[in-house]
Design a protein around this ligand. Structure first.
Ligand code: CTP
Length: 222
């Protein structure tokens, strides 16, 4: 059987306002890069669509660099077909409605009335592709500021329904997870929930990669 193709997004997106300013977030890309490496080590062919990060590409991973959510959406669509899609990126939900060619002057009223436009929801779009084009397994991450595991699981189920994906990997990002080296995650699917206790991001990635490859093996047999 040929190696499964997995498209994975990682890192932040940056949404320019003018040549020097942008909207973004604190994602370092570490969890996504670790997962891309772990999946490749288990024999997957991984296309990593990455926002701007300061990380080395894991050996064997095909990396496509993007900056904005719209570019990330286009790169993911261009990389299809795939057996699985995993959205680890912290995609900016909104972008400045207008991208100014010149640096905005601070004395302009423009700042107080900054207009935003909604970005495409990449995970939701991929999860709703027609059968045949939709990857067999579509997985999202949920960054929540919710430490209570029961509440975190409820949020994950809601997000899974809203996005139309098959699994949500939920984590509480309230304390140093974004940019940090450690993580604790809940793996939530329609059938079951399991917890991966506090560990460094590469150990979490190794466990997640095992789960994903096992699920793909089952999907590809039927
Ligand atoms: N995601 C995406 N495209 C977006 C926003 C999010 O692909 N425009 C993906 C992320 O990669 C992640 C998942 O959706 O896999 C959840 O992202 P999150 O930010 O937690 O969810 P939101 O949709 O932004 O919902 P909210 O912030 O309201 O919880």
């Amino acid at each position: 059987m040929s190696a499964p193709h997995i498209i994975l997004t990682a890192g932040p997106t940056i949404e320019p306002l003018d040549p020097v300013r942008f909207l973004s977030n604190r994602s370092s890309g570490k969890q996504g890069y670790a997962l891309a490496g772990a999946l490749t080590a288990r024999g997957a062919r991984v296309t990593l669509v990455s926002g701007p990060v300061h990380l080395e590409t894991p050996p064997g991973v095909i990396r496509i660099d993007v900056e904005t959510a719209c570019e990330m959406m286009a790169a993911v669509e261009a990389a299809l077909p795939a057996d699985a899609f995993i959205g680890v990126a912290a995609v900016a939900d909104w972008r400045p409605a207008e991208r100014h060619a010149q640096k905005l002057k601070t004395d302009k009223a423009g700042f107080a009335n900054l207009k935003l436009a909604e970005n495409p929801d990449i995970l939701r779009t991929i999860a709703h592709l027609p059968p045949g084009r939709r990857p067999a397994l579509v997985i999202g991450f949920a960054a929540e500021t919710e430490a209570d595991p029961v509440a975190l699981e409820t949020l994950a189920h809601q997000k899974m329904r809203r996005k139309g994906c098959d699994m949500i990997i939920a984590n509480d990002v309230s304390e140093g997870v974004m940019g940090g080296d450690n993580n604790t995650v809940l793996v939530v699917s329609k059938e079951e929930t399991s917890k991966i206790p506090h560990a460094d991001k590469s150990a979490i990635a190794a466990q997640l990669a095992g789960t994903v490859m096992a699920l793909l093996g089952n999907h590809r047999k039927v």
